[in-house]
Design a protein. Sequence first.
Length: 264
Amino acid sequence: MQHRAGSSDSATTATGVDDAALTGLRRWNLGLGVLHAVQAVAVLVLATDFAISVIASYAQGPPGTELAEPETVVDVRIGWAIAAFLLLAAIDHVATATVVRRRYEADLRRGLNAFRWVEYSVSATIMIVLIAFYNGIVEVSAVFGIIGANVAMILFGWLQELMNPPGRATTTMLPFWFGCVAGAAPWVAITWNLVAAREDVPGFVFGIFVSLFVFFMSFGVNQWLQYRQVGPWRSYAFGERAYLVLSLVAKSALAWQIFAGSLV
C-alpha cells in the first residue's frame, strides 16, 4: 500500500506552493466565490416551492411485525438546498482569500487544505443526498446512512493529506482507499434504485446520475494523481487549482441539472 515519494531530505514546503502560486490561488478563490454566490442568488430568485418529502416507517411491535404507514419527517425545498451548497462554496472561497488567508496559505505550504475538506463534508453531502432523492431514496434511515458514508469519505481525504506531509520518505494511500470504500456505498444504493425503477425514471435523472458520478469520481482521481505524483500533479499547487476547477464545474452542473429537474 506504500510507494516511494521522493527523498526524505526534500523540502518541507509542498511542491509548487510559492508566493506566486499563492497569489494566483487567491485570485482563483475570489473569482470562484463570486461565481458561486451569483449562482446561489439566481437559484433562490428562480426557485419554486417544489419539495421532496423525507419519510419514515416505524416499528409497531416485535421484530418482523409489519411497519407502520410511512409518515413525513421533513419536506426539503430543493431550491433552498441547491442554494445552500452553492453558498457554502462561496463562503469557503471568499474566506480563504480574505479573513483566513494566512491560515489557508500556511496550510497549503504544509500540503494541506483543511478548509476544503470541511466545506466538502457539508456541500458534497448535500449534493449526494439530492441525487439520492431524485432516485427515490427518501427514507430517513437511508438518508442518514448516505450522509454518514459521504462525510466519512471526505474526512478520509483530509486524513490522506495529514498522513503525507511534504518531505516524507514514503507515501501511504490507505486513507484514500478507505475513503473510496466509504464513498462507494451511496452510489451503490443510488444505482440499485435507478436500475430497479429504470422504466419509470425520467431520462434527465439518468443524465444527472452519469454526469455527477463522473464529477464525483474526478475529485478522487485528482487526489490519486497528486499522491502518485503524475505529471503536473507533482505540484501540490496544481492539484489545488484542479480542486478549485472541479468544485466550480461539479457544483454548477449539479445545481442547474437538479434545479431544472425541479421544474419538470
